[in-house]
Ligand binder design. Sequence first.
Ligand code: GTP
Ligand code: MG
Length: 307
Amino acid sequence: MTADTANTRAGFVALIGEPNAGKSTLLNRMVGAKVSIVTHKVQTTRARIRGIAMRGDSQVVFVDTPGIFRPRRRLDRSMVAAAWGGASDADVIVLLIEAHRGLTEGAKSIIESLKGLAEGRPVALAINKIDRVKAEQLLALSHEANEAFPFLRTFMISAEKGYGCDDLLDWLAETVPESAWLYPEDQVADLPMRMIAAEITREKLTLRLHEEIPYQLTVETEKWEEKKDGSARVDQIVYVSRAGHKGIVLGKGGETIKSVGQAARQELQEFMGRPVHLFLTVKVRENWLDEAERYTEMGLDFKDGNA
Ligand SMILES: Nc1nc2c(ncn2[C@@H]2O[C@H](COP(=O)(O)OP(=O)(O)OP(=O)(O)O)[C@@H](O)[C@H]2O)c(=O)[nH]1
Ligand SMILES: [Mg+2]
């Protein structure tokens, strides 16, 4: 054993579950910074996003994944494949289910797939959003879920309020393998800045736009320029798939895109701790959902075959 690994532990922990289960909220809570975007809508996260938490001598690298659901479009298939890829590469898997929704058909189907994939790896259950239910309900749910799968541990948590999160992190810190740390101690995310910046803008768009539109757009950081005064100029493109969507994203007199830009700039500035000039351009690109390059930009594998 080298001096580096004498007492340290490090490993990957995949957070998996149905869309909206609270995976990204939990990752941000564990890391203590907003690394992954969160909205009240399903299918917010599109790719694997790593956030790093330190606990004693352990480094726990959380892998946030897209929600697992029955895919319909090509993008859906890539997202679900990324989620399972995250789980199969991880040292430890945490399945999140929502306390108030219980063991849904979707959760049961994830559990069935987990049976083949777990292969002796530690798998824990996190019943999230316990702030939304009465304590009595939790025992029955925990029992039902543990009948369906031999979870090594069950945690009752609220990712939003923080309940139970310390216990979960303690357990993960002692469960990841003995290893040298995988990242510098002070690093919180493993995602290029241009991608974090694009995700922040996509979050603001998703929060302000309705129905199908958030699912039909993508954001890319096209240019990143460091200025002499310490600020950064960031140019992004919002790709929409229909001409009609462009007007909606822009809003009356450009109001919507303006408020999205302001909110995104503010958050990006807070994240970077310095001034940012953000420029958004909306472009119609009917086939972006079938273009391999768009998937590469998102950090997803492009799935061949019909969507
Ligand atoms: N009440 C309550 N709400 C929560 C809790 N954790 C997350 N939420 C909310 O649930 C919604 C979804 O949270 P996300 O973290 O985006 O969920 P996700 O699993 O990453 O969703 P996808 O990326 O779409 O798969 C947001 O509105 C969160 O604020 C919790 O502990 N309690
Ligand atoms: Mg998410």
